[in-house]
Every structure is written in C-alpha cells, then in structure tokens.
Design a binder for this molecule. Structure first.
Ligand code: NAD
Ligand code: MG
Length: 393
C-alpha cells in the first residue's frame, strides 16, 4: 500500500490525481491533502478520501475547514501554514508526494519531499525552473525518485534508456507543443485577445496560470528549462515542435536515427498513473487512443516572432545563474496582471524581458539567494506594470 500526499489537491492536477487513486483503493491510500485557500473544495475531497491530514496555507481557511470537518464527523486533522506543507511532504508516513502547487510557492514543500528521499511526482515545473541545479543535486544526494508528470517530460522519461538514468545513444529531445489557443493568430489579433480566450485551451483543461503560459508559449519555455535539468541535456539538443493535435507527447531521437515517441489521448491521468505505478502500469481512466479516428498528425516550427516567451526562456537557460528564476518570477507577476486585466497579452513578454535585462546578472546559488532574486524580479515586474500596464481590452 503506497501512502500518497497531494500538494495542490484542489487544482487540476490534484483532482485528476485523486481520480486515479480512487480507481485503485487496494494499492494507494491518501495520507495528506493540501491547498491554498479554497477550503470548501478541500472539505469535499477530505470527506471523500479521508486523509490523515489536510493542510490549508491560510489560517482563516484552515479554521473554516476544521469546523466543517468536525461537524461532519470526519477525523482528518487540519494543519495550517507553510511549515505544515513541508511536514506532510517529508513525513515518515508518506511514500509518494505529488507536487502540484502552481508557481514558485511550491519550491519549499517540493524540496522537503526531495530531501526526505520520497518518490516525487513533479507537476510543479516552476519549482525546478527556479532552483535548477540545487533541486537536481538534492535529488541525487537524498536518493529521491523524481518522476515528471508534465506530459512532455513524462513521455521523454518513458522513451529514454533506463527511464532517464542513461543518455546512451541519445542525440536530441523533441518537445512537442500544442501551440495553444492563438497558434494561428496574427500579431494584430494577439494584441487584443481576452483573458477568457487565453484560458480556453483547445486540448487540455488546466489551471489559469498554465493556461495563459500555454497561450504565450512560456509554458513550452519553462518546459525547455525543465527538460534540460531533468535529463541533463544541453539546451542546444532540445528542439520544440508544434504539434496541434497533442497526441505525440514528446520524442527522443537516437544516434542511429530511431525516434521514440510516447503517444496517447491528451489526458493528464496517463502521466499521473504512470508516475504512481512506475515501473508497473495501472489503469488511469484516460480514453484510449483510436488511430482509426485520427485524421492527421502535423508538425511545424514554433514562431518566435509572435511568441517571444519561448525565445526568452531559451536565452535564460543559456545565460544560467539567476536568469531562469528572474524569468519565472516576472512571468508569474505578468500573467497574474493579465488575468486581472491590468496588462495586455502581448505585454507579458515585454515585462519579462525587461526583468531579465535588469536582473539576470545577479549571482545566486543557495536557496535563500534564489528567493531573494525571485522577490527582486517580482518587485521589478510590478513596478514595470505600474508604469506600462493599465491598458484594458
Ligand atoms: P491549479 O491552479 O488548477 O491548481 C493549483 C493548486 O495549487 C491548487 O490546489 C491551489 O490551492 C494550490 N496553490 C496555489 N498557490 C498556493 C500556495 N501559495 N500555497 C499552497 N498551495 C497553493 O493549477 P494546475 O493546472 O493543477 O497546475 C499545477 C502545477 O502543475 C503547475 O505548476 C502547472 O504548470 C503544472 N502542470 C499542470 C498541468 C495541467 O494539465 N493542469 C499539466 C502539466 C503541468
Ligand atoms: Mg506540459
């Protein structure tokens, strides 16, 4: 019986993880569930899955959840605050931690799970983008078992020799990208897109932040950085290919010309089930891929002119040092400003590029230095938005 902790349980990945766990009550038991402020959603999940612990980041939300569960006769213990998130991630009573918090907010609890040597199923790509070398060093030092849930990286994990422990014969990685909802928009059209349009992804049903990132292609940029760290591949050996059908989830090309692809319907429960059961396989609930009903699979180069975020992420990865942390923090602020209708869509890359130009050269190695850079980049982006934002659509 594997005991599972889900960080970000109320989100898109969290809920889909619980859906997979629910299909295998003989193999998995929910140890702890954590969320930010939405206590009603977490209450429902607690009543259904009866975890030992529930954690709310915010104290007021925790109090509401506690009294609600008490009244319902549920004996889940409710904890609160940042430290509690780390405690459930590193507890001796949990075997698997699903890191599904969005943004750099997930860094500390995800690292706590890594340092406790858990099997860590990583959805929270920002945590790896921000901490890079430090994160991968901790994985090796503490013997954690890191399995990516991001569909592209999970695909590559499955296609690499020895599930990524070796790069023998590997020539390059091909990350596929759906291209997002604005794949065919002209620059003029991109200038006036709305939040609702950006949140309406053609193939995947995801949280708001990653949906906007998919629309700007920053998601693919973060994934490029994520792939480089996960698989120890130089940036020059990772290509991005636009594949609007999202059937080929990514590919590995070998020296002899072989290309291995992992395919499936676009359903995150497949990589989640893969990560939970690896090296075994369990049912995920994802619909089967029916090749006879596929009309075509197409592939094209990404347009860095219309989608500069992908270029910025590659430049940040090449620059090294603090650049990826600066990129991520400024992007988190800019995306939130776009969602709050304080910044037009095409200003997101401009804001991020300005932060990179001002802060990339800052040195950073330890975790506290990384957080300081993250904060400076957020402050810089907020000041930039105050000056340049305010354009409504
Ligand atoms: P979401 O917005 O649906 O859910 C985010 C979760 O994180 C929620 O449970 C929320 O309560 C929690 N959270 C947010 N801020 C927090 C904070 N400060 N402290 C504690 N908890 C906090 O997001 P999502 O779409 O599920 O994405 C989660 C992560 O997985 C992201 O990093 C995203 O890039 C990655 N991911 C998602 C998908 C997908 O299909 N949704 C695919 C690949 C990767
Ligand atoms: Mg992805």
């Amino acid at each position: 019986m594997q005991r599972v902790t889900v960080l970000g349980a109320t989100g898109s990945i969290g809920v889909q993880t619980l859906d997979v766990l629910d299909r295998h009550p003989d193999q998995y038991q929910v140890f702890a569930l954590a969320a930010f402020t939405r206590w009603q959603s977490l209450a429902e999940l607690c009543l259904r899955h009866r975890p030992r612990y529930a954690v709310m980041r915010e104290a007021a939300a925790a109090a509401n959840l506690r009294s609600h569960l008490h009244a319902a006769g549920c004996d889940t213990e409710v904890l609160e605050g940042d430290r509690a998130l780390e405690e459930i991630a590193e507890s001796a009573d949990t075997d698997v931690v699903v890191a599904a918090i969005v943004g750099a907010a997930g860094v500390r609890p995800t690292l706590a799970a890594v340092r406790a040597g858990k099997r860590v199923l990583l959805a929270n790509k920002e945590a790896l983008v921000v901490t890079g070398q430090l994160f991968m060093d901790a994985v090796r030092q503490h013997g954690a078992e890191l399995i990516p849930l991001d569909s592209e990286h999970n695909a590559i994990f499955q296609c690499l020799p020895e599930a990524g422990r070796s790069l023998r014969g590997v020539r390059r990685l091909l990350l596929t990208a759906s291209g997002g909802p604005f794949r065919n928009h002209s620059e003029e059209q991109l200038a006036t897109v709305t939040v609702a349009e950006a949140l309406n992804h053609p193939n995947w049903d995801m949280g708001p932040k990653i949906s906007v990132d998919s629309a700007t292609l920053m998601n693919k940029g973060l994934e490029l950085i994520e792939a480089s760290w996960l698989f120890a591949m130089d940036e020059s050996l990772i290509d991005v290919v636009v594949h609007p059908q999202s059937v080929v989830h990514s590919m590995v090309e070998y020296d002899d010309g072989s290309v291995l692809a992992q395919m499936g319907t676009p359903d995150m429960r497949t990589p989640i089930a893969c990560g939970l059961a690896w090296p075994q396989r369990v049912a995920s609930g994802a619909p089967r891929l029916d090749f006879l009903s596929l009309s075509q699979l197409t592939f094209a180069a990404p347009d860095l002119q219309r989608f500069p975020c992908l270029r910025l992420a590659r430049e940040a990865l090449r620059a090294g040092g603090a650049a990826s942390a600066v990129l991520n923090a400024a992007n988190e602020v800019a995306v939130q400003a776009f969602i709050d209708q304080q910044l037009p869509f095409m200003a997101i890359p401009v804001c991020v590029e300005d932060a990179l130009q001002h802060l990339s050269a800052v040195s950073c190695s330890g975790l506290e230095e990384i957080f300081a850079v993250d904060q400076r980049s957020r402050d810089h982006a907020r000041a930039w938005i105050r000056q340049h934002g305010g354009v409504n659509h």
